[in-house]
Every structure is written in structure tokens, then in C-alpha cells.
Design a protein around this ligand. Structure first.
Ligand code: ZN
Ligand code: ZN
Length: 247
């Protein structure tokens, strides 16, 4: 038995050093068990969003139906978004990408699960898969935000997290390229790293803009046998915004 399992130790620790919000470091009175600690203010400011199409992630027009999806098949079976890539959410994503950003990544994952638990349950996912980072980039950065967020989402949903896609080329950063070149930049960049026969997969990334990265990974997951591929991202950047984050 680990010392942290001893009855009462957690309570004593809470009294000595009260839990703090991973985003703003304020004391939090009663964090939910097993979740990354976030204060109510941060939950509200980081989860705020417009209504979105759950198939493609675009904001829905006031009239209802998604104009982007009309008449064509969406690239994924569904896309869950926490918030637009701006302001506080942008700051949190950038913190999650820095070394020692794991706490913030776990916090963002718990916000995603809180907001979309019913959607995820409806999708009947059985495996969570992070969008991979090339190992060279991972070594130089010391962390992969997508992997940390995927681990947090998997833990929140009680599902396994598997690194089922590998990045075989250290591609140029998507945000350095014009939109029309992004799909070609990723051609052949991903390979399956696990068998997923019959799996319903939730692909997780920190930010998406054009969706090329998610689409490239989806292709590989289907090749590996996945029967459904859904996606979840912390932030959706609109194409006009300045992007410094999409990998
Ligand atoms: Zn806070
Ligand atoms: Zn749509």
C-alpha cells in the first residue's frame, strides 16, 4: 500500500497546503475527487464557447444547421471543442506546451471531459489516442501537450490511452505554412503503431485549425482497423486568427 493510500493522509495534506487551481493558483475549497484542480472562475472562463457543429467543429449560424457540413460528409465522425483559440485559452494551451506544463494539460483535459462527458459517452469510445509529436521535437520540448491532454481525457473517461499513431517525419510546423499547403506537408507523415481492429477511437490534440493533422491521423487509424474516429481538441482556431500553436 502506498503511503498516500493511508486513510486521512489526503485530508491532512489538504489542511497543510490547500489544493490550488492549476490555472490561476488560487486556493480551491472542495476539488472533485480524481480531477485536476480548477477553480470555478477558471472553469467558466476557459470553457466559454459559441454553439458549434458537433460534426466539424465550426460555429453554428443563428439559423441552426451547419453550412459547412451541408451536402458533404464530415472528415470525422464527430469533433468536440472546448473553446475558441483566443485570450485565456490560448495562454493555457501555450503553458501546457512548455516543459512542466503537465499540470495545465491535465486541467484542460478535465475541462474537456466536464463539458462533453455526455457527448463522449454517446460516441461509445473505447480508446483514446493522442495526435503524435515527432520524437525529435518531443525531446527538444520535453513534453507533448497533446499526449498529456489525451492521458487526462482517458483517465477522466476511465479508458485506455494508446499511442497508436507515430509521426515518421519531423514535418515543418503547420502554422509556418499557408493553409493550402498544410495537407501536402503531412502526406505520409503518420504511421499506425498499434492494431485497432473494431475500435472506436477518440483522437486528441491541443489545437486544430484546418483539421489537416486530425484528418491525416484519422486515415492511419482507419487503416489500423478503427471503425469510428472522433476527435476532441482544447481549442479551435479560426482560419483568420494568428496561429502559433498547431503542430
Ligand atoms: Zn483558477
Ligand atoms: Zn458542420
Amino acid at each position: 500500500m502506498a503511503w498516500t493510500d493511508l486513510p486521512g493522509i489526503g485530508t491532512i495534506l489538504d489542511l497543510l497546503c490547500p489544493p490550488r487551481c492549476v490555472f490561476c493558483h488560487d486556493d480551491v475549497e472542495t476539488p472533485a475527487r480524481g480531477e485536476a484542480v480548477a477553480c470555478d472562475t477558471c472553469v467558466a472562463r476557459l470553457s466559454r464557447d459559441v454553439p458549434r457543429c458537433t460534426a466539424c467543429g465550426e460555429p453554428l449560424p443563428a439559423s441552426g444547421g451547419c453550412l459547412r457540413c451541408r451536402g458533404r460528409r464530415p472528415v470525422w465522425d464527430g469533433l468536440a471543442v472546448l473553446a475558441p483559440y483566443a485570450d485565456d485559452v490560448r495562454d493555457a494551451v501555450l503553458r501546457a506546451k512548455r516543459p512542466a506544463g503537465e499540470g495545465v494539460a491535465a486541467g484542460l483535459a478535465s475541462l474537456l471531459v466536464r463539458k462533453h462527458r455526455a457527448v463522449f459517452d454517446g460516441w461509445r469510445i473505447d480508446t483514446v489516442v493522442p495526435v503524435p509529436m515527432h520524437w525529435l521535437r518531443r525531446v527538444s520540448r520535453g513534453t507533448s501537450a497533446a499526449h498529456e491532454i489525451a492521458r487526462g481525457v482517458a483517465a477522466g473517461l476511465g479508458l485506455p490511452c494508446r499511442r497508436a499513431v507515430r509521426r515518421t517525419r519531423n514535418t515543418r510546423m503547420q502554422n509556418e505554412l499557408p493553409f493550402e499547403d498544410r495537407h501536402a506537408n503531412l502526406h505520409g507523415a503518420f504511421r499506425p503503431a498499434a492494431r485497432l481492429a473494431g475500435s472506436r477511437v477518440l483522437l486528441v490534440d491541443d489545437v486544430t485549425t484546418t483539421g489537416s493533422t486530425l484528418a491525416g491521423c484519422r486515415e492511419v487509424l482507419v487503416e489500423a482497423g478503427a471503425t469510428a474516429v472522433y476527435a476532441a481538441v482544447v481549442a479551435r482556431a479560426d482560419r483568420a486568427a494568428t496561429i502559433d500553436s498547431e503542430s
